[in-house]
Ligand binder design. Structure first.
Ligand code: ASP
Ligand code: MG
Length: 461
């Protein structure tokens, strides 16, 4: 069985759904299980409905009408078989009715509970799955949409529910596997689950990836493909570096670091279940199905042998809008308890620190820039002398090679010789080297690093 997950952009309109149906049709012999997100920005619009009702603003019903119209259009475009079209209309109309009933009820109550939020937020996936199934069935594929509530069992932590793997596995074996075995193609809406009482929950924004990964683990899939709207994981942001190119392979640890350090392609927590279960995971572009995409290798060190040996690094990523906070203390830094007092302040203000560098008399950290940084500085002044620099960006070079290949750091600093680097962290134990530069120079820094690390022959050693 092959689990394939399609994101919202991959099913945003009729043309996109047709392309996706073609991708699935070409792989029916691999016993696919399809996981699909809500179409386009449907989830955002459902959230907009909820926020309007919550803030007592008008317009919720008008958005529901528009969601209805868009889904009707999509059905007419992609579910071309008339019997299948009737089924898709029935299913989608039932969800639309629920949506409108809930809008009326919530508007009357003037209240949106976390449980109601999830019931509404889940509707996008509850509509996209029957439409995609109908599109496949119109091509003669024996596809059926499956209620995600019967597959993914979760706790009752609405808005961020966690799957119960044991029960989910039983449900996968009871519901999905028999469908595959009998030659059918199950299409499951992502992002959605249900509690032991059958109440609808959601897994948090972007949660369809987690659905796919959990299902892949539970059915012991032969593979998991995340179909996105990019060519896999790239060497850099293509909006900044025009020569950015997709990586054929990356380790899980590198992929996780990249997400943490700023790239949005995959959430590591989402892919972890499948990667840990040893299932081959790839990220591919549904708009360019012929391109190979990026394979994510399990673990890190044990498998670095399977990375291309000439690779200087995996990728360059960045985060803009950062501040550097320098904490000086000549008397206190070596004294016990000082770090605790400093970090207690971060903890109390719920400010998370990304990178830390220390010397005998100074600790410098990077934090997200904004008004809270000034509050932080004020509080820290009670324990030390503080200096804040706003308008900074963190540029990170990520790659297993940083801990195994001599000379990568030298190449990084050579590339940045004309740029003022304000801060550097690299522990030798991790797969990233991060630097802080002014926001205004971040693009120059990335372009220079990319040219040095990815567009040149290896320097003679
Ligand atoms: N539709 C949900 C969202 O937009 C889940 C997903 O796409 O993964 O967050
Ligand atoms: Mg989405």
């Amino acid at each position: 069985m092959l689990v394939m997950k399609f994101g919202g952009t991959s099913v945003k309109n009729g043309e996109a759904v047709d392309r996706v149906s073609g991708i699935i049709s070409a792989r029916v012999d691999r016993q696919p299980i399809v996981v699909v997100s809500a179409t386009g920005d449907t989830t955002d619009r459902l959230m907009d409905i909820l926020d309007r009702i919550d803030d007592n603003r008008p317009g919720a019903m008008a958005i529901a009408d528009d969601i209805e119209a868009k889904h009707h259009t999509l059905i007419r475009e992609v579910v071309t078989d008339s019997a299948q079209q009737a089924i898709a209309f029935d299913k989608v109309n039932a969800e639309i009715r629920r949506l409108k009933d809930m809008v009326v009820a919530m508007e009357q109550l003037g209240d949106v509970s976390p449980r109601s939020r999830d019931a509404v937020a889940a509707l996008g996936e509850r509509m996209s799955a029957p439409i995609l199934a109908g599109s496949l069935a119109s091509r003669g594929i024996n596809a059926v949409s499956v209620d995600p509530g019967t597959v993914i069992r979760t706790d009752a932590n609405y808005g961020m529910a966690r799957p119960d793997i044991d029960v989910t596995k039983q449900q996968c074996l009871a519901v999905l596997v028999p469908l595959c075995r009998s030659g059918q193609v199950p299409v499951v809406g992502g992002y959605v689950g249900a509690t032991d009482k059958g109440i609808i929950t959601t897994l948090g924004r972007g949660g369809s990836d987690l659905t796919a990964s959990v299902i892949a683990k539970c059915v012991e899939a032969s593979g998991l493909i995340f179909w996105k709207d990019v060519d896999g994981i790239l060497t850099a942001d293509p909006r900044i570096v025009k020569n950015a190119r997709p990586l054929s392979r990356i380790t899980f640890e590198e992929a996780a670091e990249l997400t943490f350090l700023g790239s949005g392609v995959l959430h590591p927590a989402s892919i972890q279940p499948a990667v840990e279960a040893g299932i081959p995971v790839t990220v591919r572009n549904s708009y360019k199905p012929e391109s190979e995409g990026t394979a994510i290798l399990r673990g890190s060190r044990p498998e670095t042998g399977s990375l291309p040996p000439e690779r200087a690094a995996a990728s360059i990523t960045y985060k803009k809008g950062q501040a550097l906070v320098s904490i000086y203390s000549t008397r206190m830094l070596g004294a016990s308890g000082f770090l605790r007092r400093v970090f207690e302040v971060f903890d109390r203000l719920k400010i998370s620190v990304d990178h830390i560098a220390t010397s005998e008399v100074n600790i410098t950290v990077t934090v997200k820039d904004g008004a809270s940084v000034d509050v932080l500085a004020k509080e820290l002044e009670a324990v030390a002398t503080i200096h804040v620099t706003h308008g900074m960006s963190i540029v990170s070079v990520v790659g297993e090679s940083l801990r195994t290949t001599a000379g990568v750091a030298a190449r990084i600093f050579t590339a940045l010789r004309d740029i003022n680097v304000r801060f550097i962290t690299h522990s030798g134990a991790t797969t990233n080297l991060s630097l802080v530069v002014e926001d205004a120079r971040v693009n120059d820094a990335i372009v220079a690093l990319h040219a040095q690390l990815f567009e040149k022959e290896r320097m003679p050693s």
